[in-house]
Design a protein around this ligand. Structure first.
Ligand SMILES: Cc1cc2nc3c(=O)[nH]c(=O)nc-3n(C[C@H](O)[C@H](O)[C@H](O)COP(=O)(O)O)c2cc1C
Length: 187
């Protein structure tokens, strides 16, 4: 059975990001787990450098379960509102705990995650500025740390201040394409 992990960067559980996630989940085959980065007890990385020499993380908190799921899942999605032109601070805070995988690869010369994964990124923005290169690049960097070696093209919604993302006529088609990509076996 396929497993998909979804990082939600929004604190609004009925907001645009979460509504899109809820619309996407039934389209994805297998099991989906959502990490609500705003209400999980996951401390930000403090660069203690434990992981320069040891596997895992010195902090023992909800991230331990997330690490397990990252390692065993097939797909990972990062879904976030844009805050000041970036992924939300809460998502970046949880993302900072992926430093253990970076250190495994570059400092400990270990393969941190064996299983390759497919990735996807969904971004929502209140305004109409069309420049999401920076947050998309940040999301891709987090996905790369989790061994996503293929990422579906960015799915983005703008002007959520005036129209909800799920009310866009193209929303369902975009989510269908992402789900189709995630459901397919590797080429
Ligand atoms: C702190 C903060 C910063 C924001 N910065 C931006 C921004 O830089 N550009 C933008 O278009 N919208 C910005 N917004 C608007 C959000 O991206 C928008 O409301 C989004 O739809 C919220 O998603 P959600 O409903 O999933 O939480 C910001 C909102 C907040 C609260």
């Amino acid at each position: 059975m396929k497993k998909t992990l979804i990082f939600n960067g929004s604190p609004r559980l009925r907001g645009d990001t979460m509504t899109l996630i809820n619309a996407l989940i039934p389209k994805i085959e297998g099991e989906c787990r959502v990490v609500n980065t705003c209400n999980r007890k996951i401390a930000p990385c403090i660069d203690c450098r434990y992981c320069w020499e040891h596997a895992g993380c010195a902090f023992v908190d909800d991230m331990q379960n997330v690490y397990n799921y990252i390692e065993e899942c097939d797909n990972i999605i990062i879904a976030s509102p844009i805050y000041f032109g970036e992924l939300t601070g809460q998502l970046l805070s949880v993302g900072s705990r992926l430093q253990t995988y970076f250190c495994a690869r570059y400092f400990r010369n270990e393969i941190p995650i064996e299983k390759p994964k497919k990735g996807g990124v969904i971004l929502v923005a209140g305004g109409d500025a069309n420049d999401n290169d920076k947050p998309y690049s940040t999301a891709c960097s987090l996905l790369s740390a989790m061994n996503c070696n293929e990422v579906f093209p960015l799915i983005e919604f703008h002007n959520t201040n005036t129209i909800r993302a799920t009310e866009r006529d193209f929303a369902d088609a975009q989510l269908n394409k992402l789900a189709e990509y995630l459901n397919a076996d590797w080429d």
